[in-house]
Ligand binder design. Structure first.
Ligand code: AMP
Length: 187
């Protein structure tokens, strides 16, 4: 089955971890815009140079840039059998552009999953990730900014997809295996 999935949730909610499980369980591609951008930065491409400061400040890359990246990625042959979007959309205009793109392709989203977790748990997980991965955008100040940006720009997507009657909430406060089981039960 070609599932076309959007994962929503605050930074640190566990989207990336669960996206990897889901991708291997369902045999569909995991599209992480954060990973794609970090790869561009590491490779020193024009895109990488353009976005590095933005990422390191915890801000969002402009919508038009992101929509182009996603349109190209979704158009690749490996995405024809389905995909999991992890980190996109992050704003209402991105969500609208995604809807327009998928409607044109005649391939609407099949799942929008919200990984629901308290802010306290998110801060605890981000602190752990900082210790393990030492990502440039995981300093305490940048984490706070990323959460602020999430609340302001991305959280409105919960309403956006709820109005479309597409949103499924997953309790993401449990351990990794429990969340994996709850997620798998939606497919
Ligand atoms: P992530 O790994 O998903 O937390 O993404 C890391 C950073 O990449 C974010 O803090 C943003 O700066 C940038 N980014 C990733 N996806 C998007 C997006 N859909 N829109 C804007 N910026 C993004």
């Amino acid at each position: 089955m070609a599932f076309r999935v959007v994962l929503l949730g605050a930074p640190g909610a566990g989207k990336g971890t669960q996206a990897k499980f889901l991708a291997s369980d369902q045999g569909i591609v995991h599209v992480s815009t954060g990973d794609m951008l970090r790869e561009a930065v590491a490779a020193g491409t024009a895109l990488g140079k353009k976005v590095e400061q933005i990422i390191n400040a915890g801000q969002l890359v402009p919508d038009d840039v992101m929509v182009d990246i996603i349109a190209e990625r979704i158009g690749k042959t490996d995405a024809a059998n389905g995909f999991i979007l992890d980190g996109f959309p992050r704003t209402v205009p991105q969500a609208e552009a995604l809807d327009a793109l998928l409607t044109k392709l005649g391939k609407p989203l099949t799942h929008v999953l919200l990984f629901d977790v308290t802010e306290e748990a998110v801060l605890r997980r981000l602190a752990n990730r900082q210790a393990v991965e030492s990502r440039a955008d995981d300093s305490v100040e940048v984490q706070r900014e990323r959460l602020r940006v999430y609340r302001e720009k991305t959280a409105p997507l919960v309403d956006f997809y709820q109005r479309q009657k597409r949103l499924t909430k997953i309790d993401a406060s449990g351990d990794i295996d429990a969340v994996r089981k709850e997620t798998a039960a939606r497919f």
